[in-house]
Ligand binder design. Structure first.
Ligand SMILES: Cc1ncc(COP(=O)(O)O)c(C=O)c1O
Length: 287
């Protein structure tokens, strides 16, 4: 559900109940579209430039022109934040290849469908609930760097995790750990933080990049390196990162405790740095 305020659809702000899209929209028919999720703290759009850059990369990868410039996006999204009462929110925005007769080929001269809404931001001031995860085969396609709205594999794997009594599935492709169904992964061993390198097989998470940045800033040893399942089994700590859930410690993997089964000290340290960064951002001390 959106908050009380308006949503945005194709150039207009309106109540959610009035926002209607044709059943011929290629997002509905083909899943032919991409999206972004941007947290808002103290009424300010967090890491906006990074999100807009990733939006451009997703659009480029699906050969869809961005209908708005970055300043136009900023104006639109700030207005959406304002109409939803400022403060803390999570913005969801989606672009599809628009409405046309059902045909795989790209339509000509069809404007994209642009939709954006605000949802409540679930992150609380307290520590997040630790995660219980399972490992699964990464059954997705070869272009996982695109933030595609076609999320059926992620949905199926998340559901599999839930039905196994866990809350997230960590995907493994050809022996290499990629990411969670809606999160990136970090592993700590002997004080060294490791996350898989970006590329076409995982989403370049905005939170992932910030965590790497904060490790560098605070002299926490960190590397981008391939991880295998054995690295998960031997981990002192495992974390999952995402814009809406921030940094979540995994305390149980495949029904076995991760180390002593409690969130680890380096997770505590990086979380403190993350919260301090957010607070500085709220107060306008971080861009
Ligand atoms: C598959 C996947 N990986 C990683 C992430 C984390 O990305 P971000 O930190 O930009 O939210 C998400 C977020 O939804 C995701 O869906």
């Amino acid at each position: 559900m959106s908050g009380q305020g308006d949503v945005y659809l194709n150039g207009e702000f309106m109540p959610l109940a009035e926002a209607k899209v044709s059943v011929l929209d290629r997002g509905f028919i083909f899943g032919d579209g991409i999206y972004e999720v941007i947290p808002v703290y103290g009424g300010r759009l967090f890491r906006l430039a990074h999100h807009l850059q990733r939006l451009d990369q997703s659009l480029q990868a699906i050969h869809l022109a961005n209908p708005l410039s970055h300043p136009q996006w900023q104006t639109l999204l700030e207005e959406l934040v304002r109409r939803n009462g400022g403060g803390d929110q999570s913005l969801y925005l989606q672009l599809t290849r628009g409405v046309s007769a059902r045909d795989h080929r790209f339509p000509l001269n069809t404007p994209p469908t642009l939709f954006a809404m605000s949802t409540p931001l679930a992150v609380s001031a307290e520590a997040p609930a630790p995660s219980h995860a399972i490992t699964v085969e990464d059954i997705r396609w070869q272009l996982c760097h695109i933030k595609s709205i076609a999320l059926l594999p992620n949905i199926l794997l998340r559901q599999q995790a839930l039905e196994a009594g866990a809350d997230e599935a960590i995907m493994v492709r050809d022996g290499a750990v990629t990411e969670g169904t809606a999160s990136n992964i970090f592993v700590v061993r002997d004080g060294l933080v490791t996350t898989p390198p970006t590329g076409q097989l995982l989403l370049p998470g905005i939170t992932r990049d910030l965590v790497v940045e904060l490790c560098q800033r605070h002299q926490i040893p960190c590397q981008e390196q391939r991880l295998d399942e054995e690295a998960l089994r031997q981990a002192d700590e495992i974390w999952l990162t995402s814009s809406t859930r921030e940094i979540v410690p995994v305390v149980e993997l495949n029904r076995q405790p991760v180390a002593n089964g409690r969130p680890g000290p380096i997770w505590g340290e990086i979380s403190r740095h993350y919260q301090a960064y957010k607070q500085a951002f709220r107060e306008g001390r971080e861009a």
